[in-house]
Write a protein that binds this ligand. Structure first.
Ligand code: C2E
Ligand code: MG
Ligand code: MG
Ligand code: MG
Length: 287
């Protein structure tokens, strides 16, 4: 009888686990209809160039407006989409939607799209990118692909061939969340990256000398490898100033803007433009 059973961890754990599994299964099914029912949406977060005081582009960030559960984070549903294979379809939709959106912006602005490692196993990835470019009419150099170090847990010859195919088309490739994965530094020279994004975990607490040291080394590494460098997760003026003083020019973070819907992009750019002489103003030492 359950009543007399010892309160073992096992018995306590089971119902909770069943519930979690049920939640997951439910969300998987919901996600399948989400695409068809237009519940997925892209938000956009600006990349700013603190050297030139401009917005240089936007990163597309996926959102799921669940009819019952409200806004669900990609950190929750992207892993689920990866497990079920649905990420292929969702990823294609992201590429198409983001490129179509970028076609309405000034031609200098880039659009950055996150790709899951699972998408690299899809035989149609390259043709999906080609049709997103063709349908939107944007120049390939305006499309930036963001990958994380987890990509290199897979067989790397194939990954290299795909990244080279991106390069051949003129796309640019960013290493996202740099310094948080398990990869060695060697792949930075073996694979054709254009940009390194310093992860927000290092930016969050720059009062720690260890984090300053990491930021400094990543910036100098990017210079040695002739890559661009960008810092993500900037939330304060102080972080912006420190990164600027360390030589970082490209920045992204809530301090400039949170990710916002596509319809608000012109407004977002204008708002940032008005702040360069006020709260975004930097102390620029003589160069
Ligand atoms: P990510 O590509 O590294 O994106 C940065 C995340 O940090 C975003 O979270 C963004 O909203 C958040 N962020 C930006 N600035 C700040 C800041 O100043 N402070 C803090 N605390 N957070 C900031 P989000 O939108 O929830 O996305 C989480 C992750 O989900 C992304 O990390 C990316 O790995 C993944 N993701 C998002 N969209 C897509 C997509 O379309 N496809 C794939 N495969 N993954 C995506
Ligand atoms: Mg990213
Ligand atoms: Mg990141
Ligand atoms: Mg991330």
């Amino acid at each position: 009888q359950a009543k007399e059973a010892p309160r073992s961890g096992f018995r306590m754990f089971q119902p909770a686990m069943r519930e979690r599994l049920r939640d997951r299964r439910e969300m998987e099914l919901d996600l399948k209809v989400a695409l068809e029912n237009d519940q997925l949406e892209l938000f956009y977060q600006p990349f700013v160039d603190a050297g030139r005081n401009t917005v240089s582009g936007f990163e597309a960030l996926l959102r799921w407006r669940h009819p019952v559960k409200g806004m669900i984070s990609p950190a929750v549903f992207v892993p689920l989409a990866e497990e079920t294979g649905l990420i292929e379809q969702i990823g294609t939709w992201c590429l198409q939607t983001a490129c179509r959106q970028a076609a309405e912006w000034p031609s200098g602005m880039t659009i950055s799209v996150n790709l899951s490692p699972v998408q690299f196993r899809s035989p149609t990835l390259l043709s999906d990118i080609d049709s997103a470019l063709a349908q939107s009419g944007i120049e390939p150099k305006r499309l930036q692909i963001e990958v994380t170090e987890s990509l290199f847990l897979d067989e790397s010859d194939n990954i290299l061939a795909i990244l080279q195919a991106f390069r051949k088309r003129g796309l640019t490739i960013s290493m996202d969340d740099f310094g948080t994965g398990y990869s060695s530094l060697g792949y930075l020279s073996r694979f054709p990256f254009d940009k390194i994004k310093i992860d927000q975990s290092f930016v969050r607490d720059l009062s720690r000398p260890e984090n300053i040291a990491i930021v400094r080394s990543v910036i100098s590494l990017s210079r040695a490898l002739k890559m661009n460098v960008m810092a993500e997760g900037i939330e304060t003026h102080e972080q912006m100033q420190i990164l600027y003083d360390e030589g970082c020019r490209e920045m992204q973070g809530y301090f400039f803007s949170k990710p916002r819907p596509g319809a608000e992009l012109a407004q977002m750019t204008a708002e940032i433009g008005q702040r360069w002489s006020t709260d975004l103003k930097l102390t620029r030492s003589a160069q």
